[in-house]
Design a protein around this ligand. Structure first.
Ligand code: PEP
Ligand code: MG
Length: 590
């Protein structure tokens, strides 16, 4: 059976995999009542103020209950979002304004509450930061809660059976409350990874697929749903085949997760004692929590262009400094590898530039070297944040020695500027390059002498070596991480980096493929960076192999001349040596 989810089946919806996990349950359509308000005049002002005050007290006690529940389920730190909501309800300025407007305008309190709290909300919606925009939903929640309480309405009815909640948007409070009543997952039309609902769902260990656009119109009440929070799939009324595939997967997952959670504080070390550093890739600041939870030993790649996604201007030095130093501080004493903006390719250029071949165009270091002010702003922000001496800095899409040398000159210039202004930084900050194009592979021995480290970006390296667009479905089957040319390239890179005195690590998605991990370790890779969710899996595999075995496996793979031979060898090795549920857990094929 070759079961491919997204291509063959029409009943698969795709959204953002916001919280991992898999579940099968019926849909519960949660249509949030938006309380409509009107500018109705009132006659009894004192009565209106009394019912407003009661509603505020009731809302506070509801939120306190939710807060208590959240502390139990999520811990103090993450429960703080509800404390913040309680604080808004305690804000004397807001309450005074609402009171005096009711007295003066003699309009029903619901309208004034809506109007005043909407002002807060508008400020957040108008903000350029996607984080703030998403926080505005929390404010919407407070507004609706007070109005609902003025009208003395109750929160939704009891849910008896296990359900997956399908809704347009979900608030963190709803997420916590639902978790008490047999809810096994969340599917929403809007919202992203940074929404609190996503963060809360991850902490509650309930799968969430967010941003599915029209999920709440396509899905009907009681439809059977499979929610796959690892891949962002929602399968509506699954076929027999889809159902069985997932049932089996869930069985493996439960045993597997149990085993993984025991590894958090154990080292990633092979049976015969070879230590591998496993770090996490970070696209959003919120992922840091997951890095800690999953036992990552630092951050192996910060995609800075993603961190500031949502701003419609380039972040200035101060904005960048704040974020980088916050990351460095929180991850200390572990290391964080910050990558300079990788703009271009599939990450849209901010300027109004259309290119015929963006992946071969104005991308990464090329763009940065043509926009020196912007580049130097980033370099200075990174240097300023480096005072704990745990930041490493690297550039993407390097193709020539000249690019590396110019980069180093800019770093030197920025250091001088900072020194002149008495601003401290790490004088010996490690500088590195992403290795992701063939010319960098061929020049590896020279490049290694110029930099402190290589980070191999297989996502791009594979596409450029095999001339296969990484985002083009039509040629997807030709995008082969186990192509002999790729395996030999990795060997060459590791060898040349080490003999040239540069450290080497990998941060492409290949490293998160369970089959690839023994090969990478066997090829001599001693540092691996994957998305935070994959860290425990990689660690588990490393701990179940012997370096001497995978060294032989790698040698064998280097002799093969076809992808099939390599894949077969890796699969056989896996089945023989990693004897548990790891295999295929994260794959959508069987
Ligand atoms: C890569 O190319 O492997 C990589 C990690 O960078 P990105 O996916 O951001 O291009
Ligand atoms: Mg890349």
């Amino acid at each position: 059976m070759n079961f491919k989810l997204d291509e063959k089946y029409k009943n698969v919806l795709k959204g953002i995999p916001a919280a991992p996990g898999v579940y099968i349950a019926n849909a519960f359509l949660y249509k949030k009542e938006v309380e409509s308000v009107s500018k109705e005049q009132i006659t009894d002002v004192e009565q209106a103020i009394k019912s407003l005050d009661e509603a505020i007290e009731k809302s506070k006690s509801e939120l306190k209950k939710i807060f208590g529940l959240a502390v139990d389920k999520l811990g103090e730190k993450r429960a703080a979002i509800f404390e913040a909501q309680i604080m808004i309800l305690d804000d004397p300025y807001l309450l005074d304004t609402i009171h005096s407007r009711i007295r003066k305008e003699k309009i029903q309190p619901e309208f004034i509450v809506d109007d005043e709290i909407s002002k807060y909300q508008k400020l957040m919606i108008d903000s350029n930061e996607s984080y703030m925009k998403e926080r505005s939903h929390d404010i919407e929640d407070i507004k609706n809660r007070i109005i609902r309480n003025i009208r003395k309405k109750k929160w939704i009815s009891k849910i008896k059976n296990e359900v997956v909640v399908v809704t347009n948007n979900i608030t963190p409070a709803d997420t916590v409350l639902f978790s008490r009543v047999n809810v096994k997952g969340y599917v929403t039309d809007t919202g992203g990874l940074t929404s609190h609902a996503a963060i809360v769902a991850r902490s509650l260990k309930l799968p969430a697929v967010l941003g599915v656009h029209d999920a709440s119109t396509i899905i009907n009440e009681n439809d059977e749903l499979i929610i796959d929070g690892y891949h962002g799939y929602v399968i509506v009324n699954p076929t027999h085949e889809q159902r069985n595939f997932y049932l089996e997967k869930m069985e493996r997952l439960s045993i597997y997760n149990e085993e993984l959670s025991k590894l958090r504080d154990l080292p990633a070390e092979t049976i015969d004692g070879r230590k591998i550093i496993i770090r996490g890739n970070l696209d959003l600041s919120e992922e840091l929590i997951l890095m800690f939870e999953n036992g990552a030993e630092g951050i192996g790649l910060v995609r800075t262009e993603q961190l500031f996604d949502g701003l419609n201007h380039f972040p200035d030095e101060e904005e960048q400094y704040q974020i980088y130093s916050d990351l460095a501080e929180k991850i200390y004493p572990e290391k964080v590898i910050i990558r300079a903006f990788d703009i271009g390719g599939d990450k849209v250029l901010p300027l109004d530039v259309k290119e015929p071949n963006p992946f071969l165009g104005w991308r990464g270091i090329r763009f940065l070297l043509d926009n020196t002010d912007l580049f130097k702003t980033q370099i200075k922000a990174v240097l300023r944040a480096s005072t704990h001496k745990n930041i490493k800095f690297m550039i993407p899409m390097v193709t020539s020695l000249k690019e590396i040398k110019t980069f180093k000159e800019y770093v030197a210039e920025c250091k001088t500027e900072l020194k002149t202004n008495n601003i401290s930084f790490d004088e010996n900050i490690s500088l590195g390059i992403m290795v992701e194009v063939p010319s960098a592979v061929i020049m590896a021995s020279e490049f290694a002498k110029e930099v402190d480290f290589f980070s191999i970006g297989t996502n791009d390296l594979i596409q450029y070596i095999l001339a296969v667009d990484r985002g083009n479905e039509i040629v997807n089957s030709l995008y082969q991480e186990f192509h002999p040319a790729i395996v030999r390239t990795l060997f060459h890179l590791i060898d040349n980096a080490k003999s040239g005195g540069a450290k080497v690590s990998i941060c492409g998605e290949m490293a998160a493929d369970p089959l690839a991990v023994p090969l990478l370790v066997g090829l001599g890779m001693d540092s691996i960076s994957v998305s935070a969710a994959s860290v425990p899996t990689v660690k588990k595999i490393v701990r179940s192999i012997k370096y001497s075995d995978v060294e032989n496996l790698a040698k064998q793979c280097l002799k093969y001349s076809s992808e099939e031979q390599i894949r077969t060898a890796l699969t056989q090795f896996f089945e023989k040596n990693v004897t548990d549920n790891t295999e295929r857990i994260f794959q959508t094929k069987n």
